[in-house]
Write a protein that binds this ligand. Structure first.
Ligand SMILES: Cc1cc2nc3c(=O)[nH]c(=O)nc-3n(C[C@H](O)[C@H](O)[C@H](O)COP(=O)(O)OP(=O)(O)OC[C@H]3O[C@@H](n4cnc5c(N)ncnc54)[C@H](O)[C@@H]3O)c2cc1C
Length: 1463
C-alpha cells in the first residue's frame, strides 16, 4: 500500500508523495525562501547578489542577542521542575486499559520528541520503547547539533555546477529544498543551544587547509580547488554565521603559528591557515532521556523495555492499539494499550514496525547506513576545539572532537542492515585511525591500542520505496501516513531536528483525525526547555551558568564532578547527591573537597571519570535504568568513553542495582552476564577483534608493505602484469576477468597505473574486497582450496643448517644434518634435552643431479634439489606440540611431461611399518614421569594417501619396506605435465593414538595456518622495529636480533601434557625446568608476539605456589614446584606488562591476588629485623646466584624466627627496590580493578618506603661512594659494587642526584664501562673475574635493567639529562653494534664478531647470513664480548626484544607504550 506522505526535505514532490504543508516556520525562513524561489535561470549570474541580499535580509531580522539571551534565561528559570513518575508507575498506567490519543512506538530522539510535542499540545500520550531510551541510533551519533554546513556547501556546489545549466528549474528546486532544510537546522540548533544550555555547548571546529590549491577539488567542484587561496572557505563560514543570526560565536581564521599553539596535536607546520567555525555539541543519550522525562513530567505515559509485539486493529482495519510486553519483568504478561492514533518512530527499525502492521512482505523504505566512532585519549585533541577533515579518502567528513573530556573521532558511512546490537567492524576502526594521522603532527602516532571505546550506529535514512533511484537516500525526515490502517511514521532526519520532526509528525497525525485536531493546541516545544533548567528546592533560582560552582560549594564536591552533574542533571543535580551513601563520604587529603565514591576509582590514577556511585541509585530510582548496561552506556557514558573501564565497573553497578531493585543472587548473576555480553558486543576496545575483518593488516604502513611487495621493481605504481605475478606467487592465480576487474577497481583515475592511495582505498573498501581482493589477499589467510602461502617474512632470515627446530611446545625437535653428499632430516629428537638418540633420520631420496640441500628459516626447515626440469622440495613445519608436517612437492619446470616419485628412507630403533600407510618407530623413554612411555615412547610417521596435481586430488599409494633399523617408503609414480606441481604430505607424531585421521585438505589447512602463524610472529616483531624501516632488514642488526630472539624463545617452548605451556631457559645443556626469574622476563619478552604463551607461562609458574603464597624458584618439567627459595619479585612487573600489552582484564584480575600475596610473603618471612626491609635466604636466592656478596666472607646466616628458612645478615638493595616498585604497580592494578582502598594503601606504602630505601642503601662516601649497595643489619655497606645496585635505578628508588652519581660510576671504565659494559661486579673489585659465574660477565638482563633506569632518568628535565641519555645510548649501541677493542669493531651479539667497521662489509655479512648460526648465549665476556654460558638462552632473547621494543612507537596494536617499565 502506498503511503501518502509529506517530505520536509530536498526531495521534490513525486506522484506518490505530496507535500501537504509548508515546512517553513519563521518569517525569516519565509523571506529567505521567497528570495530564493524568485531566482530563475536567467538570473543565474546574479546569484551571488541575491544570496547576499537574502543574507542581508536575514541579518535585518536578527535582533539584539543580549536581549534575547535575557529573555530566554528568564523563561527557562521560571519553569517549575516537577516530579517525574517512576517506571513502575508508568507501566501500571500503560497496562491499566486507559485509551490514549496517541501511542508512540520507539523511544529514540524522534519517539521521545513526538511524545513531548503531542503531550504539550494537550493530547494524551503513551510512548513505548522496546529496549532503553536511546539504545538505538540516538546514543551513537557524532554528538553535533549542527546547521548542516555540509549540505549547504553541497547544495551550492550543485547549483553552480555546469550540469544544472541543462535543467535549471530542477536544480533550483533541489537547492530550495536544501536551503529550506538548512534554515530549519539553524532554528533547531538555536533552540537547543539557547533553551537548554545545561546539556549543550558550542564547539569550535577547525578546518585545516594545508594547500593553497586543493586537487582533486573538494566536493568534485573545480572552483572549490581555489578555496584556500581565494578565501572561499572563510567567506562561506561568515555567511554561515550570518544565517545563524550570530547566535553562535563567530567563525575566525587561525594562522599556522596560532594553530600550532592552540592545537598542537595538529600538524600546524604544514598548514597554510586554518578556518574555524562553530557548531553545537551535546551528550546525545542524556538529551534523549531529558526529552523523554520532560514528556513524562508533563503527563505522558512513557516507558522503556516495553516492546510492541502486535498491532491491534478495529473492525475497519484501522490500527487502534498495540500489544506490549514489559521486558524488564521476566514473569510479566503482555498487555494492551489502546490509542486513537499510532505513530511509528522506529528509526532504522521502521520497516520492522511496518511489517507488524502490513505483513512481512512490505517493501522496505529504510536505506540503513552504518557509522563507526572511536574514542581516543584526551591528549589527541585540545579540550576547547575540534577539527574536521572534509577530504577523507572516502570523500565523507571526519570529525575529531573533544567530547566528555576525551577525543571523539568519526564517522564512517557504509551500507548495512538494521541491527540494535551491531558489532563494531574492525576495518572501520582501522580506517578511522589511519585517517586521523593525516592531519596530526608527525610527533603523534595514533595506535590501535589507543582506542578506548568504539561503537556503531545506524542512520535511519529513508528512501522513497517507489523511486527508481535508490542510491540517493535523503538525510531529511519523512512523515508518512498509511491511508487505510491510519498509522503514521516519522523517520530519517537528524538528531538536531528531533523537535521539528516531532512537530511535523504531530501536525500530520492531528490533520488526519478531526477529534484530535480539535483537541490539540499549537506547538509549544520551541518555547519549552527540557528537564533540568527549572527551579528546584535546592536551586530556587533555576539554572544559571555558575550552577556547578554553587553545587561544588554547597556539597564540598570536586569541581569536575560538580560540572559533570550539572551538565547531566541541571538543577536536579541535588537529587543525585541525595542518593549518596553518607557513610562512604570521606574528607579528602587536600582538605578542600569531600570524597564522594566514584564509580570508577581508577580515575585518580589514570584519567578522570567523574561518575558517582550515587548516579547508579539515581538512575534506577528516577531514570528508569533497568539493566547494568543502561547505567554504563546511557545514564553515564562510561562504556562509550572507555569500554574497559565500563567492564571493570560492572560488578559494582550490579551490586548497587541488586540492592535497589532487590535482585536475587541468581538474577544479579544473570544481569551481570548479560551486561558483560552486551558490552563486549556493542563496544570495541583497545584490543582488536579481527574476527571477520577484511583488512589483513593493522594500519596504512602495513598495506604499504603489501603494495611494495607487489611493486617488486619499486616503481611506485602497480601494473596489471605485476598484480598478476604477485597473485600467482601468493598461490592464487587470477583469471583474466578477475585481473581486469581488480585493476579497474583499483585504478580509479583510469591511467593504467595503480598508485598507493588508489591501492589503499581499494584495500579498505569492504564491498570491493568481497570479490577478487579477498581471493588474492584473504585467501592466503582463510584458505582457498589448496593454495599455500609462502613464508615471506621468514624467508628473509636464513638460519643455516645446524639449527634445531622446535615450535609449538613440541615434544620432538628436528635438525638438518649432512648425510653423504646431501642433507637429511635429523629427528624427531625426543625428551627435550636432546639426548643422543635422534630417530629416525629421514632421508629424501632421489637421483638428483644436485644434492638435497637444507636450510632452516624461522619456523621451518626446507629441503630442496633439482634435476633437469624437475624441482623437489620438502618443507617441515610444526602444527602442534605433537604433530609436525612435511609437505613434499615435485614441480615440472621443463617442457615435457616428467615422471616422478617421492621416496623417503630412515633409520632408528624398533621400526615397524603398516602396509602402505605408516611407519612406527621406538623412542628412548623419557626421564620425565609425566611423559607416559606408552604414549610418548613411540612415534609414527604417516604417509598421506593423496597427491594434489593441477588442483585436483588423486590417490597416492606408497610402498613401504622395513627392517628393525631401517625403512623405505616410495610413492606411486606421478606424471607431471609442464609447469604443473605434485604435492603430498607426511606427518610425524610421537603419540600412537593421536591425531585423528586427517585428509589432504585438513593438512593443507593446518600447513597454511602454521605458515601464517609464523608470519604473524615476525609481523609483530617487525612492528616493534624502528619506525623508519619498512622491511625487516633495513636495520639489519636490530632486526636480526629480534628474529633470532623470537626463534630462541619459541625454540624453548615446551608443553607438558595437561599443563599450561612455557619456555625453558635453554634447550641445550641446561637443567630442565621453568625458572621464576627467567619466566618473568620471558613473559615480558614474548608478550609482543605470543601473548597467550606469555600468560600461560606465568600461570604455569604461579600454579606451583605454596600455602603461604610463596612462588618457588623452579617448576620442574612435570609441573612440580621445588625449593623454598625464590627469586626477586618481578611477578608484578611481568603481570603488569603483559596486561599493558593485551589489555586482558580477566588476566589482571586472576593474577592480582597472587601478586599481592607473594608480595606480602616477603614482609612476613624475610623481614627478620622488623625494620620493614627484607633479606635473602642463604640459598642463593637473588638471581645473582654465585655473586660475590654470597661468599661466606661477606654473608652470614642468621636465625630467623619468622621464616621457614634461614636468612642472610644483610638487607638486599635489589630485593627491596623491586618490592618498592611492585607496591607501585599493585596500586595501579588495584586502581584499574576498582579496588580503590587497596590502591590507596599500596601507594601510601610505597611512598613511606621510598625515603628509607634512599637513605639506607645509597653509599654517599668512602670507596663504594656513588652507588647503591646491600647493607648489613648494623647499617654498614657490603664491600661490593655490583649489578644489584642497578635495581635502584630501574625501580625508580634513586633520587635524581643519587642516580646522577651512579651514572658517573657506570661511565667509569675502571668499574663498569667495559667493552661489553656493565659486568656483574665492578672491574676494580678484587673478586672481579671476567669468566666467573656472576663475578664479572655481562648478563643482558642486568644491562637492560640499568639501561632502562637511565632512560627513565633521562626523561626527567635536569642537569643530568645528557649524562643519562648519553650513557643509555652508548650501552644500547654496544649491545647491538659492537664496540672498539684492539682496533677492531666487533658485533658482540653476533658472538664470533664481525671484524670490520665497514658498513658495506657488514651488509655483506648479513647477506651471507653467517650470523645465523650463532646462538644467543646466557652471558658474555665483559671485555671481549665472547659468548659464555649456555647457548639459546631465553632471557637473553627476551631482553633483546625489550630493547627492540623500547622507544619505538608505531600504530600497531602489539607495540607497547613508550616504555615497558614503570617510570
Ligand atoms: C554514525 C551516526 C552519526 C550521526 N551523527 C549525527 C550528528 O552529529 N548530528 C545529528 O543531528 N544527527 C546525527 N546522526 C543522526 C541521528 O543520530 C539520528 O537521526 C537519530 O538519532 C534518529 O533517532 P530515531 O529516534 O529516529 O532512531 P533511534 O534512535 O534508532 O530510535 C528508534 C527506536 O525505536 C525502537 N523500536 C524499534 N522497534 C520497536 C518496537 N517494536 N517496540 C518499541 N520500540 C521499538 C528502537 O529500539 C529504537 O530505540 C547520526 C547518525 C549516525 C548513525
Amino acid at each position: 500500500m502506498p503511503y501518502v506522505a509529506s517530505f520536509c526535505s530536498s526531495h521534490p514532490a513525486s506522484d506518490t508523495y505530496s507535500i501537504s504543508r509548508s515546512c517553513a516556520r519563521s518569517v525569516t525562513d519565509e523571506i529567505a525562501i521567497k528570495l530564493l524561489t524568485s531566482y530563475s535561470s536567467s538570473a543565474r549570474l546574479a546569484t551571488t547578489g541575491i544570496v547576499g541580499a537574502g543574507a542581508a535580509t536575514v541579518f535585518g531580522f536578527s535582533y539584539n542577542s543580549e536581549k534575547r539571551r535575557q529573555e530566554i534565561e528568564k523563561r527557562i528559570r521560571s519553569v517549575e521542575e516537577k516530579p517525574v513518575p517512576t517506571r513502575a508507575q508508568q507501566i501500571e498506567r500503560l497496562a491499566a486499559g486507559e485509551e490514549f490519543d496517541i501511542l508512540v512506538v520507539g523511544g529514540g530522539a524522534t519517539g521521545a520528541g513526538v511524545a513531548l510535542e503531542a503531550q504539550l499540545r494537550g493530547l494524551k500520550v503513551a510512548c513505548v520503547e522496546q529496549e532503553d531510551f536511546a539504545s538505538g541510533t540516538s546514543s551513537k551519533s557524532t554528538k553535533l547539533l549542527w546547521a548542516g554546513s555540509r549540505y549547504l556547501v553541497k547544495g551550492l556546489v550543485k547549483l553552480f555546477s555546469p550540469a544544472s545549466i541543462s535543467s535549471p528549474a530542477a536544480a533550483w528546486n533541489e537547492f530550495a529544498g536544501t536551503w529550506h532544510m538548512v534554515l530549519g537546522c539553524f532554528r533547531e540548533r538555536t533552540y537547543m543551544l539557547t533553551m537548554n544550555p545545561h546539556i549543550t555547548n558550542w564547539v569550535p571546529i577547525a578546518v585545516p587547509l594545508d594547500k593553497w590549491i586543493i586537487w582533486p577539488p573538494p566536493f568534485d567542484y573545480p572552483p572549490a580547488a581555489l578555496g584556500p587561496c581565494t578565501g572561499l572557505f572563510v567567506v562561506f563560514f561568515k555567511f554561515y554565521d550570518l544565517l545563524g543570526r550570530y547566535v553562535a560565536p563567530s567563525s575566525f581564521v587561525m594562522s599556522s603559528e596560532r594553530a600550532r599553539a592552540d592545537f598542537p596535536q595538529m600538524d600546524g607546520k604544514r598548514m597554510k591557515y586554518v578556518s574555524v567555525f562553530y557548531e553545537g555539541e551535546h551528550n546525545d543519550a542524556r538529551t534523549n532521556l531529558c526529552i523523554a522525562f520532560t514528556a513524562a513530567m508533563h503527563g505522558a505515559a512513557i516507558a522503556n523495555y516495553a516492546k510492541v509485539e502486535r498491532i491491534l486493529f478495529d473492525e475497519k482495519g484501522v490500527a487502534c492499539g498495540a500489544e506490549v510486553v514489559d521486558k524488564a519483568n521476566p514473569s510479566a504478561k503482555s498487555f494492551e494499550i489502546k490509542a486513537k492514533k499510532i505513530v511509528y518512530c522506529g528509526g532504522p527499525f521502521t520497516d520492522g514496525l511496518r511489517q507488524l502492521s502490513e505483513g512481512k512482505d512490505v517493501k522496505p523504505m529504510v536505506n540503513a547506513s552504518g557509522g563507526t566512532h572511536i574514542v581516543l585519549p584526551p591528549y589527541y585533541c585540545p579540550r576547547h576545539i575540534g577539527m574536521v577533515d572534509m577530504m577523507t579518502s572516502r570523500g565523507s567528513f571526519l570529525f575529531f572532537l573533544p567530547w566528555e573530556g576525551y577525543t571523539l573521532v568519526g564517522t564512517t558511512d557504509v551500507k548495512t542492515m538494521p541491527d540494535l546490537h551491531h558489532q563494531v567492524p574492525e576495518d572501520e576502526i582501522q580506517y578511522l585511525i589511519n585517517e586521523c594521522e593525516k592531519y596530526l603532527s608527525p610527533s603523534l602516532r595514533v595506535r590501535r591500542r589507543d582506542v578506548m571505546s568504539a561503537w556503531y550506529g545506524i542512520r535511519p535514512l529513508c528512501g522513497d520505496p517507489n523511486a527508481k533511484d535508490q542510491s540517493s537516500a535523503s538525510r531529511d525526515h519523512v512523515v508518512s501516513h498509511h491511508p487505510t490502517n491510519g498509522i503514521t511514521f516519522v523517520s530519517g532526519g537528524k538528531w538536531t531536528t528531533w523537535r521539528e520532526m516531532a512537530e511535523d509528525g504531530v501536525d500530520q497525525v492531528v490533520e488526519g483525525h478531526p477529534e484530535l485536531k480539535k483537541k490539540a493546541g499549537p506547538s509549544k516545544t520551541l518555547e519549552t526547555p527540557l528537564l533540568g533548567t527549572g527551579k528546584t528546592d535546592l536551586f530556587p533560582e533555576g539554572y544559571h551558568e555558575n550552577l556547578a560552582v554553587t553545587l561544588s560549594q554547597k556539597y564540598d564536591l570536586a569541581f569536575d564532578v560538580a560540572q559533570h552533574l550539572v551538565r547531566n542533571y541541571g538543577t536536579r543535580a541535588g537529587q543525585v547527591l541525595d542518593m549518596v551513601d553518607q557513610d562512604t563520604v570521606k574528607g579528602s587529603r587536600s582538605g578542600l573537597y569531600k570524597h564522594y565514591r566514584r564509580l570508577y576509582e581508577g580515575a585518580a590514577a589514570t584519567t578522570g571519570y567523574p561518575y558517582l556511585e550515587a548516579e547508579v541509585r539515581y538512575a534506577v530510582n528516577h531514570e528508569y535504568a533497568v539493566t547494568p548496561a543502561d547505567v554504563l552506556a546511557r545514564r553515564t557514558r562510561l562504556a562509550f568513553l572507555n569500554s574497559t573501564a565500563a567492564r571493570l565497573c560492572l560488578p559494582r553497578v550490579v551490586e548497587i542495582m541488586a540492592e535497589c531493585l532487590g535482585w536475587s543472587p541468581e538474577r544479579a548473576l544473570m544481569e551481570h552476564e548479560q551486561a558483560e555480553q552486551l558490552l563486549a558486543r556493542d563496544f570495541a576496545g583497545p584490543v582488536p577483534d579481527k574476527k571477520g575483518a577484511l583488512l589483513r593488516s593493522a594500519c596504512t604502513a602495513d598495506v604499504k608493505d603489501v603494495f611494495d611487495h607487489i611493486d617488486a621493481e619499486q616503481k611506485g605504481t602497480l601494473t596489471k602484469a605485476g598484480i598478476a605475478k604477485a597473485a600467482a606467487e601468493l598461490g592464487f592465480p587470477l583469471s583474466q576477468d578477475e585481473l581486469q576487474k581488480a585493476v579497474s577497481e583499483m585504478d580509479t583515475d583510469k591511467n593504467g597505473e595503480v598508485h598507493f592511495p588508489e591501492f589503499l582505498a581499494w584495500w579498505n573498501s569492504s564491498e570491493k574486497s568481497q570479490g577478487v581482493h579477498q581471493k588474492i589477499f584473504m585467501g592466503t589467510r582463510r584458505g582457498s582450496r589448496f593454495a599455500f602461502p609462502t613464508h615471506d617474512l621468514a624467508k628473509e632470515y636464513v638460519l643455516g643448517v645446524s639449527t634445531w627446530l622446535f615450535d609449538q611446545g613440541s615434544t620432538f625437535g628436528y635438525r638438518p644434518e649432512p648425510l653423504g653428499e646431501s642433507t637429511a632430516l635429523r629427528g624427531p629428537a625426543p625428551d627435550w634435552s636432546l639426548g643422543d638418540s635422534r630417530v629416525p633420520l629421514m632421508h629424501f631420496q632421489g637421483h638428483w643431479a644436485n644434492p638435497v640441500n637444507a636450510t632452516s628459516y624461522p619456523g621451518s626447515i626446507l629441503f630442496a634439489s633439482e634435476s633437469e626440469g624437475l624441482r623437489f622440495r620438502a618443507h617441515l613445519i610444526f602444527d602442534s606440540a605433537n604433530l609436525s608436517l612435511v609437505k613434499l612437492t615435485l614441480e615440472n619446470s621443463g617442457k615435457q611431461t616428467a615422471h616422478g616419485q617421492f621416496s623417503i628412507g630412515g633409520s632408528g630403533a624398533n621400526i615397524s611399518a603398516q602396509p602402505g600407510e605408516e611407519i612406527n618407530f621406538g623412542l628412548p623413554n623419557s626421564s620425565m614421569p609425566c611423559f607416559a612411555p606408552s604414549l610418548y615412547g613411540r612415534g609414527r610417521l604417516v604417509l598421506i594417501q593423496s597427491v594434489l596435481l593441477k588442483d585436483e586430488l588423486q590417490p597416492l599409494s606408497w610402498n613401504v619396506t622395513d627392517s628393525k633399523e631401517h625403512f623405505e617408503a616410495t610413492s606411486l609414480q606421478i606424471d607431471i605435465s609442464p609447469a604443473a606441481m605434485a604435492t603430498a604430505f607426511i606427518l610425524v607424531t610421537p603419540v600412537a593414538s593421536v591425531p585423528d585421521r586427517m585428509d589432504f585438505r585438513d593438512l593443507s589447512d593446518r600447513f597454511r595456518r602454521s605458515i601464517w602463524r609464523w608470519e604473524g610472529y615476525l609481523q609483530a616483531v617487525k612492528a616493534q622495529l624502528p619506525a623508519r624501516k619498512s622491511q625487516l632488514d633495513k636495520d639489519a642488526i636490530v632486526a636480526w636480533s629480534a628474529v633470532k630472539s623470537v626463534m630462541t624463545l619459541l625454540g624453548n617452548w615446551r608443553t607438558v601434557p595437561g599443563l599450561p605451556s612455557g619456555v625453558l631457559p635453554s634447550y641445550i645443556g641446561y637443567e630442565g625446568g621453568f625458572w621464576s626469574w627467567d619466566t618473568y622476563k620471558q613473559a615480558v619478552g614474548m608478550v609482543h608476539f605470543a601473548p597467550d604463551l606469555a600468560k600461560d607461562q606465568l600461570r604455569l609458574l604461579v600454579s606451583a605456589r605454596d600455602a603461604i603464597g610463596h612462588i618457588p624458584d623452579k617448576v620442574d618439567r612435570c609441573g612440580h614446584g621445588g625449593g623454598c627459595s625464590g627469586k626477586p619479585p618481578l611477578l608484578g612487573w611481568a603481570v603488569w606488562t603483559v596486561f599493558q600489552q593485551t589489555q586482558d582484564l580477566a588476566f589482571l584480575h586472576e593474577m592480582y591476588s597472587i601478586v599481592s600475596n607473594f608480595h606480602h610473603f616477603w614482609y612476613k618471612h624475610r623481614d627478620v629485623t622488623g625494620a620493614g626491609l627484607c633479606s635473602w635466604t642463604e640459598g642463593m636466592e637473588s638471581g645473582m646466584d654465585d655473586g660475590v656478596r654470597f661468599q661466606p666472607e661477606f654473608a652470614r646466616s642468621v636465625a630467623n624466627t619468622t621464616s621457614h628458612v634461614t636468612t642472610l645478615d644483610f638487607w638486599s638493595v635489589d630485593l627491596n627496590s623491586y618490592l618498592f616498585k611492585e607496591k607501585k604497580l599493585l596500586s595501579q592494578m588495584a586502581a584499574l580493578l576498582a579496588y580503590s582502598d587497596d590502591a590507596r594503601e599500596w601507594e601510601q606504602d610505597a611512598e613511606a618506603l621510598l625515603p628509607k630505601l634512599q637513605n639506607t642503601f645509597f653509599v654517599p662516601d668512602g670507596d663504594r661512594a656513588g652507588f647503591f649497595s646491600d647493607v648489613y643489619f648494623n647499617g654498614s655497606a657490603l664491600p661490593i659494587k655490583g649489578c644489584e645496585g642497578f635495581a635502584a635505578l630501574f625501580s625508580g628508588v634513586a633520587t635524581y642526584s643519587q642516580a646522577l652519581r651512579m651514572a658517573n660510576t657506570l661511565w667509569d671504565s675502571n668499574q663498569f664501562f667495559l667493552n661489553f659494559s656493565l659486568p656483574t661486579v665492578s672491574k676494580n673489585n678484587r673478586f672481579f673475574n671476567a669468566q666467573g659465574y656472576w663475578k664479572g660477565p655481562t648478563w643482558i638482563d642486568q644491562t637492560w635493567f640499568a639501561y632502562t633506569g637511565l632512560r627513565s632518568f633521562a626523561r626527567i628535565k635536569g642537569n643530568g639529562s645528557s649524562v643519562f641519555a648519553g650513557l643509555a645510548s652508548e650501552l644500547k649501541q654496544r649491545i647491538f653494534r659492537g664496540f672498539v677493542s684492539n682496533d677492531t669493531t666487533r658485533l658482540v651479539m653476533m658472538g664470533e664478531g664481525c671484524h670490520t667497521s665497514s658498513k658495506s662489509v657488514r651488509r655483506m655479512y648479513f647477506r651471507e647470513r653467517h650470523t645465523a648460526r650463532t646462538p644467543l648465549h646466557e652471558h658474555y665476556h665483559p671485555e671481549t664480548g665472547a659468548p659464555q654460558g649456555v647457548p639459546h638462552f631465553s632471557w637473553t632473547a627476551a631482553h633483546l626484544l625489550m630493547w627492540v621494543d623500547e622507544g619505538n612507537k608505531t600504530s600497531s596494536a602489539l607495540v607497547n607504550e613508550d616504555d615497558v617499565t614503570w617510570i
